[in-house]
Design a protein around this ligand. Structure first.
Ligand code: HPA
Ligand code: ZN
Length: 334
């Protein structure tokens, strides 16, 4: 089964590029940019990855990205992730970046976006991996700051396809960002939001109703609200679930206690993703393996999960057909 999972062509829809910063690259960039890290070795960084909850992770995640300054840094970070994609047989990926977390350190939007975009273009040409970038707002900052950031990002609109919402969820409900999502909808961008990771099912409802999102990131708390589940099924809203992330951030007791099988059983459009793989024990294959060890899904279930991700991807009809064809070739399943 392991080789079946490894060779399955995969589509990743929930990935924070800053969450792919491996400690080795963190040290290399710290040396390059003359930044002093509060750790004296790669092992000490990894030892610190023992999280209690989302906030304890976010504290380290924001600290880690303090080594990113130049376009080359953003290129190297993104290129390293895309080579992991190739090793994991990820053939299409949609990646988040957190512009506000870099702007606040004096790093220009052009630096961030040009570095990430150039790596994506090189990966498409050299490895056949298609990708897209989603600009994510920090929900623990104000809506005014998100709006200002959005306005500034419009100068680079050809670099990103959508907007999202991440960071500390509880106490920062989706409706706080209604105006910026209205603007982005009018401008033709795709809309997604993290909801129902640590926050309640009502945040998922609000992301649908007040932000009009097309996909929900995480969404694992949806099962607490039967009417919401029915809405998600009827509207076929994709949920970008991140199993290892949920275990590492203790939003589930352990993998066997994850609601993933129940979500699939209900007919929700579930996908599997790695979120912040440098921090949460691994990339796509590690997530697939951990899920398989806990639940021993059939091959048909894995094909279904992959088909869901292809359906949920923000790609052209031609690219979607090519992804379905690639899956069919790999599995014999239409
Ligand atoms: O899993 C996450 N949740 C919320 N915000 C985040 N920012 C990076 N990763 C995450
Ligand atoms: Zn996330």
């Amino acid at each position: 089964m392991s080789s079946f999972l490894h060779q399955l062509p995969k589509v990743e829809l929930h990935l924070h590029i800053e969450g792919t910063l491996e400690p080795e690259l963190m040290f290399e960039l710290a040396r390059r940019n003359e930044v002093t890290l509060p750790f004296d070795s790669v092992e000490a960084v990894r030892a610190a990855y023992d999280f209690e909850d989302l906030q304890s992770f976010l504290d380290l995640y924001y600290q880690g990205m303090n080594v990113l300054f130049t376009e080359a840094d953003f290129y190297d970070l993104t290129w390293a992730y895309l080579t992991r994609c190739q090793a994991n047989n990820v053939v299409h990926t949609e990646l988040f970046f957190d512009p506000q977390a870099h702007l606040s350190r004096g790093v220009a939007l052009s630096t961030q976006l040009e570095g990430i975009t150039r790596a994506c273009q090189d990966a498409e040409r050299e490895m056949g991996i298609s990708s897209a970038i989603i600009l994510s707002f920090l929900r623990d900052m104000t809506e005014e700051h998100a709006l200002e950031t959005y306005e500034a990002a419009l100068a680079y609109r050809e670099h990103f396809i959508g907007i999202g919402l991440d960071s500390a969820e509880v106490g920062n409900p989706p409706e706080k960002f209604a105006r910026v999502f209205d603007r982005a909808r009018e401008d033709g961008f795709h809309l997604v939001a993290h909801a129902g990771e640590e926050g309640p099912a009502s945040y998922i409802r609000s992301a649908l109703d007040t932000l009009g999102v097309e996909r929900i990131d995480h969404g694992i708390r949806c099962l607490d609200d039967e009417a919401l589940v029915e809405t998600l099924i009827a509207r076929r809203i994709p949920l970008t679930v991140c199993p290892l992330s949920n275990v590492y951030l203790k939003t589930v007791p352990d993998m066997t206690g994850h609601p993933l099988p129940a979500m699939i059983e209900r007919g929700l459009c579930v996908t599997i993703n790695s979120d912040d793989p440098a921090y949460f024990g691994g990339y796509m294959n590690a997530n697939y393996e951990a899920v398989q060890n806990a639940f021993a899904f059939s091959r048909d279930t894995w094909v279904l999960l992959t088909r869901n991700a292809i359906e949920a991807a923000f790609v052209t009809p031609a690219r979607r057909e090519a992804l379905y064809a690639q899956l069919e070739k790999a599995t014999g399943n239409p």
